[in-house]
Structure formats: C-alpha cells, structure tokens
Ligand binder design. Structure first.
Ligand code: NAD
Length: 239
C-alpha cells in the first residue's frame, strides 16, 4: 500500500520537544521573529546561531517515541512517504528513510545565499550549498562554493518552502492511505496540503485537540500520537 504520513510538532512532543502553541508562541523564550526569520538573522546572526546550536543539542538528547517507531515499522511493510514540518530528525533516528522535511533539518547547514533565499539578494547571488553540520556554525564559517556565511538549513517565516511539485503530485495520485498527525494544519503549506489529499480513499488524523471543522472526511483519532499511532499502525498491518 502507498501510505503518506504528514506530521507536525505534535509528533515529537512526547519525545520532549514542545510545540509552538504549548510555549505560547515563544520558542524557548525567544520571539519567533527574532530566531526564525530572515530579518532576525540580519539583525542578530549570533543570537540565531546560538539558538539553533542549542536546539541541535537538545534534539540530539531526545529519543524517538513510540509514534516515530510505529511509522518506521509500517515502512518495513508498505511504501511510506513522510512529509513533516518538523526540523528534528527523530523519524530518521527511528529508522525511517523516506522523509521530506518541508521546513528544513536541524542537523544541516546551508549558504546564506542559498537559492531559496535568493529573491532577497537581487538574483546575482544564488548558491545551492547545503551539508551536514559537524560542529556548531560560527560567524565567519564560509560556504566552500561561494564564500557566503553558513546558516542553519531551516525554512524561516517569510521564506519559500521547497514544494517539490512533481514529487508531490505523484505522491497524491498514488496515495491509498493518508495519516495526519500532530499538526494544527493552520499554517501554510500544511493548510494547503490537507485538501490536496481529499481523494485519498482512507484518511486518518491523530491529535489530542483536532480541528473537526478542518478535518471533514477524516477518521479522527483523538489523543496523543504515542498512544494512537502504534494502535493505528497495528490495524493497518493487519489489512
Ligand atoms: P502547532 O504547534 O501549530 O500544532 C501542534 C499540534 O500538535 C497541535 O494541533 C496539538 O494539538 C498537537 N499535539 C500536541 N501534543 C500532541 C501529541 N502528544 N500527539 C499528537 N499531537 C499533539 O505546530 P505545527 O502545526 O506543527 O506548526 C508549527 C511549526 O512549528 C511547524 O512549522 C514546525 O516546523 C515548527 N516546530 C517544529 C518542531 C520540531 O521540529 N519538533 C517543534 C516545534 C515547532
């Protein structure tokens, strides 16, 4: 079966990584616009680098929870594509291979002139450099391709998401089961993705506070991912 799992911050809360909502719109005591926007980066890059270095360390200490492991188990038996808004790598650490991070990855760095940002820099400075982080990024760390400053490989507010249109269209067409988990799905592109799967025959949504209005047509499993997802996976494995 072709299964799509679409996840948000709620998938990782039971691993100890809080959602934005739970922290009242602040991210570890910082205003989102200070640490997750191109303007914040221009104002105070050191603050941004320190912030993500801490997030990197924190997530390395966290462990995948039963929901991540259930998805990895499902992927052993079926074709599972993960589309996640999470920047942590808990799905990969649970054993998932096919993970599309809409908002980037905490364990990667890219050039500040990366093409996804290039619209800000009059089009002359475009770079595609991206690599695994091996040591905390420092001011002065240069992109080996063009000399730009390295920055976290995170999609910040106001930056475009790499939508991989062709892959997405193929995934939508082939999807037989869709499982949404741990996302309020109010923010784009999440908000736009749900309706795209409206023709998928079986659709589930797991969240302790589901938005019933938004989830018309879904089988809603109200509760935490760590409890609900393993049960759903057991059921799907018997189908
Ligand atoms: P959100 O904060 O808007 O929504 C989180 C959802 O998770 C809510 O609907 C909440 O009810 C649900 N939830 C809480 N605990 C849960 C649990 N135990 N099991 C299942 N669901 C649970 O977050 P969002 O919709 O994902 O979007 C906000 C942005 O925050 C995303 O773009 C994401 O990149 C970013 N973010 C990522 C991480 C991470 O990487 N782990 C953490 C915080 C925020």
């Amino acid at each position: 079966m072709n299964i799509v799992i679409f996840s948000g911050a709620g998938l990782s809360t039971e691993s100890g990584i809080p959602t934005f909502r739970d922290s009242g719109g602040l991210w570890e005591q910082h205003r989102i616009e200070d640490v997750a926007s191109p303007e914040g980066w221009k104002r105070n890059p050191q603050l941004v680098l320190d912030f993500y270095a801490k997030r990197f360390e924190k997530q390395a200490e966290c462990l995948p929870n039963p929901a991540h492991f259930a998805i990895a188990e499902l992927a052993k038996h079926h074709s599972v594509i993960n589309i996640t808004q999470n920047i942590d790598t808990l799905l990969e650490r649970a054993g998932c291979e096919e993970v599309w991070h809409l908002h980037g990855r905490i364990d990667q760095q890219k050039c500040e002139y990366h093409h996804s940002l290039a619209f800000e820099y009059d089009g002359d400075l475009e770079c595609t450099y991206r690599s695994q982080i091996t040591a905390p990024i420092k001011l002065g760390d240069e992109c080996p391709k063009c000399g730009g400053q390295l920055r976290p490989d995170i999609v910040w507010f106001g930056e475009p998401v790499d939508m991989r249109e062709e892959f997405l269209m193929k995934t939508i067409k082939q999807a037989e089961i869709f499982v949404g988990v741990g996302t309020s799905a109010l923010v784009y592109p999440a908000a736009g993705l749900l309706p795209m799967f409206r023709m998928t025959p079986e659709k589930y949504f797991i969240d302790p506070h589901p938005n019933y209005e938004l989830l018309n047509g879904f089988t809603i499993l109200e509760g935490p991912a760590g409890e609900r997802l393993p049960k759903l996976v057991n059921r799907l494995l018997l189908q």
